[in-house]
Design a protein around this ligand. Structure first.
Ligand SMILES: Cc1cc2nc3c(=O)[nH]c(=O)nc-3n(C[C@H](O)[C@H](O)[C@H](O)COP(=O)(O)OP(=O)(O)OC[C@H]3O[C@@H](n4cnc5c(N)ncnc54)[C@H](O)[C@@H]3O)c2cc1C
Ligand code: SF4
Length: 345
């Protein structure tokens, strides 16, 4: 682990002033719960020269907004968010996704902002003994394409060969991000250049030719809050996570579904997949197919097929394509039955 300077700040302005140098491997980094960043520093994957501890900032509230949505401070811990009464009542999908992640101890530490920015669990990224990783060392290649790629992407990946310097088949490992995508959240950020808001669909990136960049956050930007729109899916939602162990494991495939229903007719749908792409994967085609359709096996199957259109597997993860289809069908069936009914199923 490399030496670094530690700075504790007590206001947003102070945090932005202290981050100064561009965020990056050797620049300054904000410190949230530290459950991802500190691990990566111990592994020499991340080597910031300065850590700006933001945990004293007053970004810890969960508050209804004037337009009927919910504003979540960037430092709200994952456990507090999952158990917040507003979230349980209006956004049970988010609560369910958060509670499926990590362990109680980790959720007590992990923050909303840090969860948004957690990095991939690709084995070759987290182990510096492997020289080829375009995300860790841009231009070095991708060990996963020809290697053990069981947890890797089946959608949205670039694949130009291991030596092209622009390939990455890593996945975004977060559960929370998948639910936030299905719910259509907005990320609020602030920097020395002012404030801006980013729809979550534009926040995380596909790898393209810059797999070292996970998000469209600019250098020096602090995430201050996550805003949820008016709740539409409280009565009919489901988060399904498929993993190797029931706890303490990342998703092989996960599905976040929210449905707005009138009887057995789906009026509108929000749907995102986790564990399958470099970013939470939203399928607008599947959502459009579901809008106005009856909640029947036929329409559910069609939506699942549409969501996986163009999917491509590798030696060890081709099973994920069928797994994702089946998971979508199950999650849609449970969501259509009703959030409470589904939980009891
Ligand atoms: C054993 C284990 C199992 C896990 N299992 C799961 C799981 O099943 N599902 C799941 O979703 N997650 C899982 N996680 C990951 C966990 O959810 C993340 O580590 C956590 O959410 C990161 O939040 P943090 O506040 O600790 O982030 P930190 O580690 O503090 O920071 C992460 C990154 O975000 C940046 N950052 C933090 N806050 C801000 C901000 N406000 N503005 C700008 N930048 C910021 C930091 O600079 C850093 O780059 C697991 C982790 C471990 C160790
Ligand atoms: S998949 Fe991405 S993170 Fe994993 S080795 Fe390849 S370039 Fe690195």
């Amino acid at each position: 682990m490399n030496p670094f300077e530690y700075q504790r700040v007590s206001s947003t302005e102070e945090a932005i002033r202290h981050i100064g140098a561009p965020i990056g491997t050797h620049g300054a980094k904000f410190l949230g719960g530290g459950t991802n960043l500190i691990d990566l520093m111990k592994l020499d994957v991340e080597c910031p020269s300065v850590l700006v501890d933001i945990t004293r900032l007053e970004l810890t509230k969960v508050e209804p907004t004037a337009n009927g949505g919910l504003m979540v401070g960037a430092l709200v811990r994952n456990s507090n968010l999952a158990n917040d009464p507003h979230v349980i009542e209006k956004y049970p999908l988010l609560s369910q996704a958060l509670l499926s992640g990590a362990s109680p101890q980790l959720r007590n530490m992990a923050t909303t902002g840090g969860n948004l920015l957690q990095r991939t669990r690709c084995y070759y990224f987290t182990d510096t003994a492997f020289p080829a990783c375009n995300k860790r060392v841009p231009g070095s290649g991708c060990a996963a394409i020809q290697g053990f790629n069981r947890i890797h992407a089946i959608l949205g990946q670039t694949d130009h060969g291991p030596t092209s310097g622009e390939s990455c088949i890593a996945t975004n490992p977060s559960d929370m991000n998948v639910a936030l995508t299905a719910l259509g959240a907005t990320i609020h950020v602030q920097s020395a250049h002012g404030k801006r808001s980013i729809p979550i669909a534009d926040f995380h990136r596909l790898p393209g030719s810059t797999p070292q960049l996970d998000t469209n956050l600019k250098p020096g930007e602090l995430i201050t809050a996550v805003e949820l729109p008016v709740s539409r899916f409280a009565k009919n939602s489901w988060y399904l996570k498929v993993r190797d162990r029931q706890s303490y494991a990342f998703a092989l495939v996960s599905v976040a579904i929210g449905l707005e229903m009138d009887g057995n007719t789906i009026l509108s749908a929000g749907m995102a997949l986790g564990g399958v792409a470099h970013k939470p994967w939203r399928s607008l085609e599947a959502e459009q197919e579901l809008a106005g359709a009856p909640a029947t096996r036929q329409s559910i199957e069609k939506a699942a097929d549409l969501a996986l259109e163009g999917a491509k597997g590798y030696e060890h993860n081709v099973f994920k394509i069928q797994l994702a289809k089946q998971s979508i069908m199950r999650a849609l069936t449970l969501a259509a039955r009703g959030t409470t009914a589904g939980r009891e199923a």
